[in-house]
Design a protein around this ligand. Structure first.
Ligand SMILES: [Zn+2]
Length: 204
């Protein structure tokens, strides 16, 4: 159940904004308040509400949800959007990112509508980063185990995004997203070696 906690100033990428703080199980949810002035500065609105977020979280097995400590619903665009727009040569607006050290997922406002499925998938993706970095003493996606699985699965990344980003980090996060997604069967069929690793490490 979503519990309202209090209101305080919270720092979003160095900008302190008045925010509502909530609790959902052991997760702190921070919602940056959207004043008309803020929406005008941003030229876009954050469409995620704490209620919508919790509706998504309710779908996630507790084994994975326990890896999350804090989720912020920001009204500040990601400072790395310009870098990625340049690097992958298309307009890039981050929907979310993860700080695995403090088990923090942050959502940025999108300028386009998104589906509930996309929101849920993004949470799985970010939890994928926590699994990748935090579960072992090494980074799983760069380990020989994952590298070999990619090779034996046909040497292709699991998604267009992972291909664009050109690293195994996003391949791993998207594998978690796809494994827990609507088209799990397709993923399992196409990427049996990655599936085996996911099932083994998460004891599924
Ligand atoms: Zn990612």
């Amino acid at each position: 159940m979503l519990q309202s906690y209090n209101t305080k100033m919270f720092s979003f990428e160095g900008i302190k904004l008045k925010s509502n703080i909530y609790k959902y199980n052991n997760i702190t949810i921070v919602e940056s308040l959207q004043t008309p002035k803020r929406i005008k500065i941003l030229k876009r609105k954050q469409k995620i509400t704490p209620e919508l977020l919790v509706k998504a979280l309710e779908n996630i097995p507790s084994k994975l949800l326990n890896m999350v400590k804090i989720i912020t619903i920001g009204t500040t665009p990601s400072s790395s959007d310009a870098y990625w727009t340049k690097t992958i040569k298309r307009k890039f607006i981050s929907f979310a990112n993860a700080d695995y050290k403090i088990q923090h997922i942050n959502f940025y406002p999108l300028d386009t509508p998104f589906t509930f499925c996309y929101l849920l998938g993004t949470i799985y993706h970010e939890i994928g980063h926590f699994i990748d970095y935090n579960m072992f003493s090494y980074k799983l996606s760069d380990s020989p185990v994952w590298v070999k699985a990619i090779k034996y699965d046909g040497n292709e990344k699991v998604s267009k995004y992972a291909t664009e980003m050109k690293d195994n980090t996003e391949d791993f996060a998207d594998s978690i997203e796809l494994y827990f997604g609507e088209n799990k069967d397709d993923f399992v069929k196409k990427f049996p070696n990655r599936t085996r690793i996911i099932k083994r490490i998460l004891k599924l």
